[in-house]
Design a protein around this ligand. Structure first.
Ligand code: NAP
Length: 252
């Protein structure tokens, strides 16, 4: 049995839809007090009302917005016990078409955004005495590749490079730093890639279905528990077995 999350203060970046909203929902149902962020004010307010969470408009690629996020968490939640650094973007572009602007945007949001969110929350996480950082990475980059996502894969692998050293730096403060690596999860972001992409992905997954946002939320929740206090610098793949087949024939 795990210790209750009731009353814990949890910040989820990019919690206004998709995986982040699923993570926020799992924490909220566990009794945690949750602050979600995103750039779209209307979408964020809607999600917050649905979840019973707080919302702040904040862009993770802005250091100042991340600092404001930590200030707001202190005001509205009384601190931060858990940071889920989840906000991320994945505009596709093959190498020949990848512009400097797209590359910069993806690295700014996915990599610098992870750094800024973590840095801003560190004082509160230290004060918590049982701080938890859970990064949403991906199988794409750390384990697999897919044409059109060199930049995205590099950004998701960079998050793991970040967390392994951050875990060492923060270990003495009792803060753990871990990551969830989702496979293909049914989200608004994924839906924008079209039905054909979804069919291809489903066929490549041994469980023959995409994951749900809650599947990722439960893995994040596990890392946040008191019982996971001795686990740091680690990853959990949540993908229905997608990374396992040696060839398409192995899926059957
Ligand atoms: P999504 O449905 O597009 O949702 C992205 C969330 O992040 C939204 O709340 C969005 O709100 C927010 N966001 C985007 N850019 C932001 C920024 N600069 N600052 C603050 N918030 C920002 O995407 P998703 O599929 O849930 O992906 C979430 C995370 O999971 C990403 O890190 C992604 O790499 C990872 N992931 C997803 C999948 C998948 O299958 N879906 C698989 C592996 C990994 P606003 O647009 O309003 O800012």
């Amino acid at each position: 049995m795990f210790t209750s999350m009731a009353g814990r203060a949890v910040v989820v970046t990019g919690g206004s839809r998709g995986i982040g909203k699923g993570i926020a929902a799992v924490f909220a149902r566990s009794g945690a007090r949750v602050l979600i962020t995103g750039r779209d004010e209307a979408q964020g307010a809607l999600a917050a009302a649905e979840l019973g969470a707080e919302f702040l408009r904040a862009d993770v690629s802005s250091k100042r917005d991340c600092e404001q996020m930590a200030v707001t968490a202190a005001e509205r939640l009384g601190g931060i016990d858990v940071l889920c650094a989840n906000a991320g973007i994945f505009p596709g572009a093959v190498l020949d078409e990848l512009t400097e602007d797209i590359l910069t945007e993806v690295l700014d949001v996915n990599v610098k955004g992870t750094f800024f969110a973590v840095q801003a929350c560190l004082p509160a996480l230290r004060a918590s005495g049982r701080g938890r950082i859970v990064v949403t990475s991906s199988i794409t980059g750390p384990i697999t590749g897919f044409p059109g996502w060199t930049h995205y894969g590099a950004s998701k692998a960079a998050q793991l490079g970040f967390l392994r050293t951050a875990a060492i730096e923060l270990a003495a403060s009792g803060i753990t730093v871990n990551a969830v690596l989702p496979g293909n999860i049914r989200t608004e972001g994924l839906a924008s890639m079209g039905a054909e992409y979804e069919q291809q992905m489903t066929a490549a997954i041994p469980m023959r279905k995409l994951g749900t946002v809650e599947d990722i939320g439960y893995a994040a929740l596990f890392f946040a528990t008191d019982e996971a206090a001795y686990i740091t610098g680690q990853t959990i793949v949540v993908d229905g077995g997608q990374v396992l087949p040696e060839s398409p024939e192995a899926v059957g």
